[in-house]
Design a protein around this ligand. Structure first.
Ligand code: M6R
Length: 612
């Protein structure tokens, strides 16, 4: 939530900052702003409600010169999205400008105290409180900006990633983090800053991931220096970035979401590569921790949103293949539930971004209570990836569209491989079973390629349902979470209300909703529960509801009952969510496009939820 960009030493900082903001816009897009220090020592701050394009238009007639600057794209937490609440914010005398990602929980108390000391506030934000606090400490004690920043960070409670410019220090930029990500890119003569690596990728592949409670002193002429909030020198650990610019562009597609849906044959190929060898699953995270997995008493999966849905599927896979008791928890609930966690428990944190605040906190709690922490993340070097004992990356490349698509199929595929690898180790799956499922996993990229051929018929189908107000999604067993995921996709990008249920639960309440205005999407592949799902379809049809059914190719029974069928290739039951997710993603996408929605940046949402 919120994107930060910074730059020092480049000739035209403004263009770098704006380009970086576009890259980070998926993190928040209700307002944006930039602060630039020009060669005359003036600190120019420009802010605008709306997207980065609006900021650019606003800046057209302004002085945007300077080689040092910070910029921000916002997802509002304190105060409505408007020009005043947009970042950067300045201290009382205007010498300091700050951008912030996170939330300062004790901002109200601090604000009141600062007001008593004569500070007057322009915005409703917690961020202005922080920069006013830094300014006040600096002025009242006569200390340096760095000292004031350190002192202020010790007083705030909450999460932050900040970048700070001091008009009186034209050769320096400060950055600090706690629970919100920041990456520093070390270029040739210039240094860059970003909430993730995407704004830095075309300038350098040398990056430093700032750690919690660290402050970076980024100077024009001196090497990067890192200290902790209590003034201990920190380590500058330079890593090599493996990301290319082309991965961050639309590649001819109208939206990132469609590009990411169509990328799935390749992303799954990358996800599986090197992990299935001679009919067996090889995951280094399991191989390096065999005893932990062999003796595991329980798995606790923590995640949010789509990742939580993948976790529910993972539960079925671990139960079936590894015979370990599994609990799946919303990370946001788990963290405040005083959970019983023991040694011998494994906490699996699933997160595309690796930065979701609730998932990170849940993971930390489970770990403190003795669990072994395993991560299933996409973003390499992300906070969750770094805070786990071990893990498996899904390796599906940067996901920019706010609606998660390729990350979901990557997560389920990794969870299938993980359950299989642990089952192999514990002797709970036969060699035959491993061989069969492993071969099917290897075949997934080709199967997804075939499934994507449904695109045209789904576009046509979407035209029929564009103006419906409600949708029901039903599935059973491993495809109940797929139904939840289908409903989430539709509601987040089309703003149509949609509910997912286990198909058999329908008769306990939701059936009351069925009429000719409520379409139901059934996920009904040929599996052990196929006959049961057929009965559920008949119940809907008997009440005048229309049915869109996702079925295994050649399923003539459902074809005679449903209004529309979408045929997917046959795969083992445990992998069917990966395949049935494709038509659900396409259905949500086309309906949203037909409704004229902003598919990649739906209202009120942000890609990476780094606040509570
Ligand atoms: O980065 P994470 O996987 O931790 O994100 C979790 C959710 O915020 C995310 O899946 C969200 O629900 C997506 N918008 C769903 O499409």
């Amino acid at each position: 939530m919120c994107g930060i960009v910074g730059c020092i030493g480049a000739e035209n900082a403004y263009s770098i900052l704006i380009k970086g903001l576009h890259r980070l816009e998926y993190r928040g897009y209700d307002s944006a702003g930039v602060a630039l220090l020009n060669d005359n020592g003036e600190l120019n701050v420009y802010k605008s409600r709306g997207k980065v394009n609006d900021l650019e238009r606003f800046c057209e007639s302004k002085d945007c010169s300077g080689s040092l600057g910070i910029a921000h794209t916002r997802w509002a937490t304190h105060g409505e999205p408007n020009d005043v609440n947009a970042h950067p914010h300045c201290c009382q005398n205007g010498t300091l400008a700050l951008v912030h990602n996170g939330t300062i929980e004790n901002y109200a108390v601090l604000r009141e105290a600062l007001e008593q000391h004569g500070c007057s506030f322009r915005s409703e934000t917690d961020t202005e409180v922080l920069v006013q606090l830094i300014g006040y400490i600096k002025q009242s004690s006569g200390c340096s900006t760095l000292e004031a920043l350190r002192e202020a960070l010790q007083q705030v409670v909450g999460a932050y990633a900040v970048a700070l410019v001091d008009r009186e220090q034209p050769d320096c930029l400060y950055a600090a983090r706690k629970s919100s990500p920041l990456v520093i890119g070390i270029g040739d003569g210039a240094t860059f800053l970003g909430s993730d690596a995407s704004p830095l990728v075309e300038f350098t592949d040398k990056v430093v991931y700032l750690k919690d409670n660290e402050i970076a002193i980024i100077s024009r002429s001196e090497p990067l220096k890192v200290i902790t909030n209590d003034n201990t020198p920190g380590k500058v650990d330079i890593k090599t970035l493996k990301m290319s610019v082309s991965q961050l562009e639309k590649g001819g597609y109208p939206h990132f979401m469609l590009k990411e849906i169509f990328e799935q044959p390749d992303t799954l190929h990358d996800c599986i590569r090197g992990r299935i060898v001679d009919g067996k699953v090889l995951l280094s995270g399991v191989r390096d921790n065999e005893e932990v997995f062999r003796s595991a008493r329980r798995i606790i999966i923590v995640a949010c949103g789509t990742s939580w849905h993948a976790g529910l599927i993972g539960k079925r896979l671990f139960l079936d293949l590894a015979r370990i008791p599994v609990e799946v928890e919303y990370a946001s609930e788990f963290r405040y539930s005083n959970p019983v966690v023991n040694r011998g428990d494994i906490v699996v944190a699933i997160s595309q971004s690796g930065e979701t605040a609730d998932t990170l906190a849940a993971l930390q709690i489970a770990r403190e209570r003795g669990a072994f922490a395993y991560g299933v993340c996409n973003v390499v070097g992300s906070s969750i990836a770094r805070e786990t004992d071990s893990g498996t990356y899904i390796h599906v490349g940067p996901e920019i569209g706010v609606a998660s698509t390729k990350a979901f199929t990557g997560q389920v595929t990794v969870l299938a491989m993980l359950a299989l690898a642990v089952g192999q180790l514990r002797g709970t799956v036969s060699a035959e079973q491993v061989k069969e499922i492993a071969a099917s996993i290897k075949a997934l990229p080709g199967i997804i390629r075939t499934t994507l051929k449904l695109n045209d018929s789904i576009r046509h189908l979407s035209g029929i349902y564009t103006y419906v107000h409600n949708f029901l999604y039903l599935g059973r067993g491993v495809n109940f979470p797929t139904a939840l995921e289908g409903a989430l996709k539709l509601k987040e990008i089309s703003y149509i209300h949609a509910e997912g249920y286990p198909a058999a639960e329908m008769k306990h309440g939701p059936i009351a909703l069925i009429d000719n205005e409520l379409p139901t999407v059934f996920i009904a592949p040929m599996d052990d529960l196929h006959e049961k799902v057929i009965s559920n379809i008949q119940q809907v049809k008997a009440r005048g509801g229309s049915v869109i059914a996702i079925v295994t190719e050649g399923d003539e029974t459902i074809a005679t009952m449903a209004d529309h069928t979408l045929e997917i290739p046959r795969v083992p039951e445990c992998l069917s969510p990966v395949v049935s997710a494709i038509p659900l993603q396409l259905l949500a996408y086309h309906i949203a496009v037909m409704k004229g929605r902003d598919v990649d940046m739906p209202r009120n949402l942000a890609k990476s939820v780094t606040v509570e």
